[in-house]
Design a protein around this ligand. Structure first.
Ligand SMILES: Cc1cc2nc3c(=O)[nH]c(=O)nc-3n(C[C@H](O)[C@H](O)[C@H](O)COP(=O)(O)O)c2cc1C
Length: 178
């Protein structure tokens, strides 16, 4: 299983969690790490190159910090530019059968992402657009990986989240989603 991890963070220099996750994956052999803001500082996406990259991997993980309950803007642009009719979907859809997942960091606590919490909805609910996208292109959607409460930074928490992320990617399978 070849896994492509598409990392989209507008400020990787200032990142704690996403930076630690990238570092942990770099120590593994099975992952292609592709940082969009690093590759495209001018945000000019090479669509053909991105499509080739997707075609040569079985699993694609979108890793990003949660931004206004959504993705950082370059990832939205990437979806819009790369996932084209006739390639991503339609009769000749090239992504059918691939696996798609999300790894996300959120300032909000786990409790805040619940019906009675300050963010009102669960992360499963808020990630429905990516789940729907996967469904639309006939890919399987994987249970997501999340680290909540990002302002609670300790060396132990950061190290554990990186370990948990690596473990998640080793074991996650398309599942029954609620
Ligand atoms: C523009 C912006 C929007 C954000 N929106 C959310 C949000 O909707 N929900 C949330 O829990 N955190 C939100 N955050 C907090 C980030 O998700 C958090 O800072 C990030 O996950 C930390 O990860 P890092 O250490 O890799 O940068 C936002 C941060 C910024 C800068």
């Amino acid at each position: 299983m070849k896994t492509l991890v598409i990392v989209t963070h507008p400020n990787m220099e200032g990142s704690t969690w996403n930076k630690a996750w990238v570092k942990a994956l770099q120590d593994q052999t099975d992952y292609t790490i592709h940082e969009l803001y690093k590759t495209y500082p001018d945000e000019n996406i090479d669509v053909a190159k991105e499509q080739k990259l997707m075609e040569s991997h079985d699993r694609i993980i979108f890793q990003y910090p949660f931004y206004w309950y959504s993705t950082p803007p370059l990832l939205k642009k990437w979806f819009d530019n790369v996932l084209l009719y006739g390639w991503a979907y339609g009769p000749e859809g090239k992504l059918a059968g691939k696996e798609i997942g999300v790894a996300i960091s959120t300032y909000g606590t786990k409790e805040s992402y619940s019906k009675s919490g300050s963010n009102r909805f669960t992360l499963e609910e808020m990630l429905r657009p990516v789940e729907a996208l996967a469904h639309f292109i006939s890919a399987s959607y994987l249970p997501h990986f999340a680290l909540n409460d990002t302002s609670n930074v300790t060396d132990e928490r950061v190290a554990k989240s990186a370990q948990d992320y690596v473990q998640h990617l080793k074991t996650v399978k398309p599942g029954v989603l609620v």
